[in-house]
Design a protein around this ligand. Structure first.
Ligand code: FAD
Ligand code: SIN
Length: 546
């Protein structure tokens, strides 16, 4: 099947939905497709707790927010980008309120939370369910617009590219809907990638199951450069709850006085940083990792029980309820926590309008690499970057659409992926997925070494080669689509990490424990080889296999 739109948006988190509703408003005659691989709300956005960092208090300033962001970023933030995004913060908060987001406020003023690395309270939030509130309001806004169609349970497989005046352009995306068992080619002059992060590439993660790095892998395969993928942020305090759905214990709990203790009940953060529990995230995560290794324990503990019970229940209703459901009363006892893969600072290289190397392809949100976060993201700067960049990208994409016709592309090749509906290889796929995630956690985690990176790369290359050998021709399962992307992203993370011969921000290598500004104060950019879907080979193999 084929469909034509003016704008295609892949992903229904904050970045995709904000972009969709804005282009739909700017161009009421333009048609917008939002494509999302599970239900509309399933996204990292929906689980965000802490909030959006923005300068809202008269005692705060843009300079202070910029300075905190640059300090956390350890020398690699692009300061022009940081300044622009920070300054646009209050404006997008206003737009979100207009759209219907109810942030927590008292007597007409936003309640501002505090998180690690911030020199003052500046996190706008909706209790501890900020993401759910944003998703609700943005989805309502999109559903109200007659020119937006939402395709749920529809996974993007590969971007459609073509040559235009000697340049490679993006003209849409091939998709597959499991529910309708249907392949569709979506064509449009503008494609926005807003597919979120990569947390599922690691075994311990705060991210939901959708976070398999699909957008980054698809863009790379289509010919777009990616950058700074070695900087994977581990959140210091995910609930330690083996075998159960990931659950985050927000940094805001530390902002409200939560204290980290080890199994011997000793407060340990003072050993590691003068800001103790509110030191930047990389420092807190590494400190916990060191304590775990020294104590030989599975978790450390976060204790907020010294605050009044009524305050805890009011400020953290969701964390209180979920912990209680799992047998922990946080008003009375410490919470077992471990660091978990949380956020990727790198992604598809984009300018301040979300433009990538491929004309017609835009990216924003966690899939994008804009330079905002440098080597370590400051807490609650991710939702801020996602919404500001979606706002900027909409302003650039509408004139691009107006000045460009529908792509003139040969007939659809959706059938190329059609083997993925058969499910013979399910066991092999889930085995490889688990193996890959464990490998990345054990070998490419918080503390790295050259030897471990090398060993991990050898194994990832084998998985990637094997998937690529059968992806287009053998019967397989839909899980292959994600495994293919996860293996591609793992390969890119390891290659980026292996290039950087120093430690900086989130990238810590025991062979090079110092930061080396002279040689490495620069981004890690990976240029893709020219990749074409191997149509000829596939035809031949298909004929041979009947
Ligand atoms: P997402 O919200 O992840 O949305 C991605 C969308 O793309 C999803 O709809 C997904 O289904 C879809 N998708 C993916 N692949 C495909 C495909 N192949 N085809 C079709 N659709 C696809 N940041 C903050 O600033 N403040 C916070 O308080 C905060 N708390 C967090 C708490 C948790 C538990 C987590 C996991 C993250 C948190 N973050 C926070 C980070 C922040 O939530 C994310 O970086 C941000 O929400 C990413 O938004 P996004 O729109 O880029 O992606
Ligand atoms: C949190 O609430 O701790 C998450 C904040 C973030 O990831 O920025």
């Amino acid at each position: 099947m084929e469909r034509q739109y003016d704008f295609i948006v892949i992903g229904s988190g904050i970045a995709g939905l904000f972009f969709a509703q804005k282009v739909a408003s700017l161009m009421p005659m333009g048609r917008v497709a939002v494509i999302t691989k599970k239900s509309e709300t399933e996204s990292s956005t929906n689980y965000a707790q802490g909030g959006i960092a923005t300068v809202m208090s008269p005692t705060d300033s843009f300079e202070a927010h910029v300075a905190d962001t640059l300090t956390a970023g350890a020398g690699l933030c692009h300061s022009r980008v940081v300044r622009a995004i920070v300054k646009t913060g209050p404006d997008v908060i206003r737009k979100l309120v207009e759209i219907g987001v109810n942030f927590t406020a008292e007597r007409g003023r936003f309640d501002l939370g505090r998180e690690g690395g911030h020199s003052t309270n500046r996190v706008v939030h909706a209790a501890d369910l900020t993401g759910r509130e944003i998703e609700r309001a943005l989805l309502n806004s999109c559903r109200r617009k007659k020119n937006i169609d939402i395709y749920r349970e529809t996974i993007g497989l590969d971007l459609i590219t073509y040559e235009y005046r000697g340049q490679r352009r993006c003209g849409g995306i091939y998709t597959f809907s499991q529910a309708r068992r249907e392949f569709t080619s979506f064509y449009a002059p503008v494609t926005m990638l807003a597919t979120g992060g990569i947390g599922q590439v690691y075994y311990n993660t705060t991210n939901p199951s959708i976070a398999t790095g699909d957008g980054i892998a698809m863009a790379y395969r289509a010919g777009a450069r990616v950058g700074n993928l070695e900087f994977v942020q581990f959140h210091p305090t995910a609930l330690y709850s083996p075998g159960r759905k990931p659950f985050l214990i927000s940094e805001a709990v530390r902002g409200e006085g939560g204290i980290l203790i080890n199994s011997a009940r000793v407060k340990f953060m003072r050993k590691y940083h003068p800001r103790k529990e509110l030191a930047p995230r990389d420092i807190v995560a590494r400190a916990i990792d060191t304590e775990l290794k020294e104590q030989g324990e599975e978790s450390v503990y976060l204790d907020i029980s010294h605050r009044q019970s009524a305050f805890i229940k009011h400020r953290f209703p969701n964390i209180y309820k979920e912990c209680l459901r799992r047998g922990i009363d946080i008003t009375k006892e410490p919470i077992p926590v471990v660091p978990s893969a949380h956020y990727v600072c790198g992604g598809v290289k984009a300018d301040l309008s979300g433009r990538t190397d491929l004309e017609g392809l835009y990216v924003c949100g966690e899939s994008a690499f804009t330079g905002m976060h440098g080597a370590n993201r400051l807490a609650s700067n991710s939702l801020l970057e996602a919404v500001v960049m979606a706002d900027y990208a909409a302003d650039a994409a509408v004139p691009f659409r107006v000045n460009n016709k529908f792509p003139d592309i040969p007939p659809a090749d959706w059938w190329l992926h059609s083997s993925i509906i058969r499910q013979k290889e399910k066991v092999a796929v889930s085995y490889d997925r688990l193996f890959l995630r464990k490998l990345m956690s054990d070998f490419v985690g918080i503390v790295r070494s050259e030897e471990r990176l090398k060993m991990a790369h050898e194994r990832v290359k084998v998985i990637l080669k094997s998937i690529n050998s059968y992806y287009f021709s053998q019967p397989a399962s839909i899980g292959i689509v994600e495994l293919r992307n996860m293996a591609q992203v793992a390969d890119l993370i390891i290659r980026s990490a292996s290039r950087r011969k120093e430690s900086r921000g989130l990238h810590y290598v025991i062979d090079y424990p110092k930061t080396d500004d002279r040689h490495w104060k620069r981004d890690t950019i990976i240029k893709p080889p020219h990749f074409e879907i191997p149509f000829d080979k596939i035809h031949k193999r298909r004929k041979k296999n009947g």
